[in-house]
Design a protein around this ligand. Sequence first.
Ligand code: HEC
Ligand SMILES: [Cu+2]
Length: 319
Amino acid sequence: MSGLQSALEPAGEQAAGIHGLFWLMMLVCGAMYLLVLGGVAWTLWRAFRRRRPASEPTIDPPDIGLNRGMLGWAGLIVVGLTVLITASFLVERNIAAARARDALEVRVTGHQWWWRIEYRDPRTGGWIETANELHLPLGRTTRVALGSADVIHSFWVPNIAQKLDVIPGRINLLDLTPTRPGWFRGQCAEFCGVQHAHMAFDVKVDAPEDFERWLAGQAKAAAIPADPVAARGQQVVTGGQCAMCHTIRGTPSTGRAGPDLTHFGSRRSVAAGTLTMSRGAVQGWIAQPQALKPGTMMPPVALSGPDADAASRYLMELQ
Ligand code: HEC
Ligand SMILES: [Cu+2]
């Protein structure tokens, strides 16, 4: 799975503010650090140059009176800290501000160990569900309502915005305003169980019209399989155990325990960033989810070789 994942290459308004703050802090604290080290070096140098005969005391009595030098140092520290506190306050206020009245509404729910993602449908006002891949329109603010289905997670796309905890029984709001198109990578940033490290997601930032087209595609029911193998695959997936846990809109599959698979084949990776999307990866995942992601909530389902093959063919066709 590729895609940028770095807070040092901001591609969103919120991340840009934090990035500026990071460098300001680096600069101020770096300057202070150098000044202190310089002071230590200077003191040592003086102490060694003024070596006295052994009979005299080697340590001067401390000078505890205030002098100009000390006041200067204290003043410098106060100024430095004031600059940092003010900048930090301004950036945080800017990030928290309700920026856009026409924000795109998205709901993201953390599950051990994957992400349920729902978009407000501009046509019907209902919700369009998908998983593990977040699409965002360029230059428009998306307001993500974060909820958890089980434990505490944390939602973080470092290139675009700050991280925010995902807490059971609470909805936390996070604004994302991407300023650069492309693929990015997000990651759960709060240890949430054995597969926490495999709780990632892809983020795609697109021009608004491309995003609208993509969303309209996701709103549709699943494609009817084109060839006999895929048709057999549809029977396997929607007529068996898989249907108890997965929804594929337009078929009898209406389970809610796992990710919505209606357009699964259009995604870039499998099982929350664990594998890169390919026929082999899908087949391997169906056969041995516990080997590829030990502890995952998806159990192995015994399928014959041809059935597993047909199922993966069908799933890949769900574009
Ligand atoms: C007991 C519930 C359950 C059953 C039964 C089940 N799954 Fe899953 N499935 C899950 C869960 C939970 C996940 C998310 C796992 C993760 O990423 O850790 C998942 C993930 C997946 C994914 C990856 C989805 C994505 O967005 O990357 C695919 C594909 C999938 N299942 C297909 C199947 C097929 C095909 C069957 C039947 C052979 C099946 N599942 C049976 C619960 C189930
Ligand atoms: Cu998590």
